[in-house]
Design a protein around this ligand. Structure first.
Ligand code: PEP
Length: 243
């Protein structure tokens, strides 16, 4: 039985007053049924002290420490109380030139430090329309399996986030999402069948309270990575309840 996870990625949004609103997030959410994670901007993580859900970073360095202005390490995230960290979000890949190998190195560093990486993969519309979806995602996954051991992979989380569905209001249909999730699981099974079977696979891309239930009901979808809809506590609570 795989764990259901709903993670909210605030991106570069939010404020201390929004943090305060989220102290009631878990009212009416079955904590046994779903692991809820909030990934706020790093500067707000310590304002969440005492909450009854998990916290995550939005990115981290693959390095330990040193002269890397603006970066944050796995140890720092742990010290702030994080249990998760998003790595390889398409916005990081696009804005900061993160390559598949860099993302794999970050995931390995996170796991070695004791954080669970939520590793993002996903194609652009152009790639999908060119019929290259599977080879594109396979390359993203192959960089992970070249770096992580099977037991490390089993402790990670993968989020399938089609770039064309992020922040656009366009959601992959449940069938489209399920098809790619099944592909991800079968591709990883060639590396390690136990890890592939036990790894939570999240869907991300314009998930909201109206479409979450149908998406999360798919066989290989174990929850979601949520952007815009994670910024409103009532809306995000409903998404968590759908998992
Ligand atoms: C995301 O950025 O991870 C995301 C899925 O955003 P949105 O839900 O706003 O599409």
């Amino acid at each position: 039985m795989r764990k259901s996870i709903v993670a909210g990625n605030w991106k570069m949004n939010g404020s201390r007053s929004l943090v305060n609103e989220f102290f009631t997030l878990m009212d009416g959410v079955n904590k046994q049924a779903v692991e809820v994670v909030i990934c706020p901007p790093a500067c707000f993580i310590s304002d969440f002290q005492g909450v009854d859900f998990a916290l995550g970073g939005q990115t981290m360095s693959e390095l330990d420490n040193g002269a890397h202005t603006g970066d944050i390490s796995a140890e720092m995230l742990l010290e702030l109380g994080c249990r998760y960290v998003i790595v390889g979000h398409s916005e990081r890949r696009e804005d900061h030139g993160e390559t598949n190998d860099m993302v794999a190195a970050k995931a390995a560093k996170a796991l070695a430090a004791g954080l669970t990486p939520i590793i993002c993969v996903g194609e652009s519309l152009q790639t999908r329309e060119a019929g290259e979806l599977e080879s594109f995602i396979a390359a993203q996954l192959d960089a992970l399996t070249a770096t992580l051991s099977a037991s490390q992979l089993a402790q990670a989380v993968i989020a399938y986030e089609p770039i064309w569905a992020i922040g656009t209001g366009k959601t992959a249909s449940p069938e489209q999402a399920q098809q790619v999730h099944a592909f991800i699981r079968s591709h990883l099974a060639a590396f390690d069948s136990n890890a592939a079977a036990s790894l939570p696979l999240l869907y991300g891309g314009s998930v909201n309270s109206a479409n979450a239930q149908e998406l999360f009901a798919q066989t290989d979808i174990d929850g979601g990575l949520i952007g815009g809809a994670s910024l409103k506590v009532d809306e995000f609570r409903k998404v968590c309840q759908a998992a």
